[in-house]
Write a protein that binds this ligand. Structure first.
Ligand code: SAH
Length: 221
């Protein structure tokens, strides 16, 4: 799984990554900056060495503590919807493996990522690759509350299935900001894009179907 010891990014991995990026393009991802970030980040670093090839298949994968690293298509889709610009302040709920956080950081965003599972939060702290991105700040806490002391944010991304749009996250969004949140239950979720205009009016769009692990309340030791 996530190792404290640096690993190698070989020619083979780079080739597999190019193929993955091509398949994401064929599935409709258009933002070249998103694709470049996925091409730059060795996803196999986030998985056990036994799964190096699988790391470049377009599928989700179990990490630790019953959680998953999102499917590359899902990461690309959510990131594209966020219209990331360099130096955007982005709040992420559900750090998990930190793969999504690294994609955002690679694009030059200032990432504030919350994880509710202590074991997972600590585990990512040991991961050698995370130190490449000083623009990722990680927090152990309950994502339903957001980070009021760091608000407002240009963008908000939730990477777990929320039963409803958490109101505090929308409060913490800047005017002109975008939030991308999968909303639904264990039967599936709709991706919601919520935009706040310059006057603070909020608009919701319902997009495609997805399947995430649940967004749970409170913290877990
Ligand atoms: N972004 C992750 C995907 C992680 S899966 C990645 O790229 O790997 C979803 C994560 O959300 C899990 O780690 C889960 O523990 C976390 N989570 C669920 N509910 C949460 C909450 N209320 N606050 C913070 N994190 C939460």
């Amino acid at each position: 799984m996530l190792h404290s010891k640096p690993r190698e990014d070989k020619h083979l991995h780079k080739g597999l990554r190019k193929q993955l990026v091509q398949s994401l393009r064929e599935k409709g991802i258009k933002d070249e900056r998103v694709l470049a970030a996925i091409e730059a980040i060795p996803r196999h670093f986030f998985l056990d060495p036994a799964f190096e090839r699988i790391a470049y298949e377009d599928r989700a994968f179990p990490i630790t503590a019953g959680q998953t690293i999102s499917q590359p298509y899902t990461v690309a889709y959510q990131t594209e919807l966020l219209e990331i610009k360099k130096f955007d302040k982005v709040l992420e709920i559900g750090t998990g493996s930190a793969y999504q956080a690294c994609v955002l950081a690679e694009m030059g965003a200032m990432v504030y990522s919350i994880e509710r599972q202590k074991a997972l939060y600590d585990y990512v702290g040991q991961f050698f690759f995370i130190s490449k991105y000083p623009n990722i700040k990680r927090f152990y806490g309950d994502g339903y509350l957001g980070l009021p002391s760091y608000a407002p944010f240009d963008k908000v991304i939730v990477t777990a299935a929320a039963p409803y749009v958490p109101p505090k996250l929308i409060e913490q969004l800047k005017p002109g900001g975008i939030a991308v949140i999968p909303v639904g239950d264990d039967q599936g979720q709709k991706m919601m894009r919520i935009t706040k205009d310059a006057n603070g009016n909020v608009k919701e769009e319902e997009l495609g179907d997805f399947s995430f692990v649940p967004m749970l309340g409170g913290k877990n030791q």
